[in-house]
Design a protein around this ligand. Structure first.
Ligand code: PML
Ligand code: MG
Length: 266
């Protein structure tokens, strides 16, 4: 495989997280990737960036791990209350106890950082106790150094376009969920966007893949983020965090996208 570079962007506004994104690019794609990420940071709907950092690290091709993209399905809902009910049901189906799932969801809704704001990374929640295990609770644990396998870009673009879902939120979240689901001891992931105009979110789990909901928060709300639900008995926390933050991952393989549907009544 040709050399790859990890490109990471992080922008802050008034000392708070504004936005971030990551890519794994060949040398040829590096400059375009940086330009796109800088433009994104400078025109972000969450606010005006005071600081934009771009990090570029060469990746040893022998260390790249390949993971499958999860199956994507949309469960339709009319508003955030219904979406959160369905997300809670999905977390319980994935193996997260109801009280742990509801508490984590309430924390995400209130703003997961200590002062109630958003975080750069995710909450790491143990499914047995509901306890949080991020080493830095103001930052969280950020899944990083991943991208779509170049061989899968066209097929995924065509499939998402057919469902009217070919936007960067879906593409990037699907890749991130692919990396997260391949982590040892991962029970489920919950996410909704912190971008005020983007109301959709998802629950991902090894048993059913990437289940998205068009509304997990009301439009205009700037609070969102991610929760990784883990089974601590199965893992070394340090190894898990190292995998999520540092192991380079390409997500690809067959593209499995199901049509949107109304969920059955519980
Ligand atoms: C984000 O881009 O902030 C997260 C978006 C999660 C939902 C993406 C989707 O529509 O499936
Ligand atoms: Mg965002």
């Amino acid at each position: 495989m040709t050399d790859l570079y990890s490109v990471r962007m992080h922008a802050r506004a008034k000392n708070d997280h504004l936005c971030g994104a990551e890519r794994l690019q060949t040398r040829d794609g590096l400059e375009a990737a940086c330009l796109e990420l800088v433009r994104r940071a400078l025109a972000h709907e969450r606010g005006v960036a005071d600081q934009v950092r771009i990090s570029i690290d060469r990746v040893d091709p022998g260390t790249v791990v390949r993971v499958p993209l999860p199956t994507l399905e949309t469960w339709l809902c009319d508003d955030a209350d219904r979406g959160r009910q369905l997300a809670l049901r999905s977390l319980v189906e994935a193996g997260v106890p109801q009280d742990v799932a509801s508490r984590a969801m309430a924390r995400l809704a209130a703003g997961p950082a200590p002062g109630g704001g958003v975080m750069r990374g995710a909450m790491l929640v143990d499914v047995a106790s509901g306890e949080r295990f991020e080493p830095d609770p103001a930052r969280g644990v950020r899944a990083s150094r991943m991208d779509l396998d170049p061989d899968t870009v066209d097929a995924l673009g065509r499939g998402l376009a057919a469902l009217d879902l070919d936007n960067r939120h879906v593409r990037e979240a699907l890749v991130l969920a692919a990396k997260v689901l391949a982590a040892p001891g991962m029970v489920a992931e919950l996410c909704w966007s912190d971008d005020p105009s983007y109301t959709a979110g998802y629950v991902a789990a090894p048993g059913f893949g990437y289940r998205r909901f068009p509304h997990l928060k009301p439009a205009g709300c700037p609070l969102g983020g991610r929760v990784f639900f883990i089974d601590r008995t199965q893992i070394s926390l340090a190894a898990l965090i190292d995998y999520l933050e540092r192991t380079p991952v390409l997500a690809g393989g067959p593209v499995r996208l199901l049509p949107a549907r109304q969920p059955e009544e519980a």
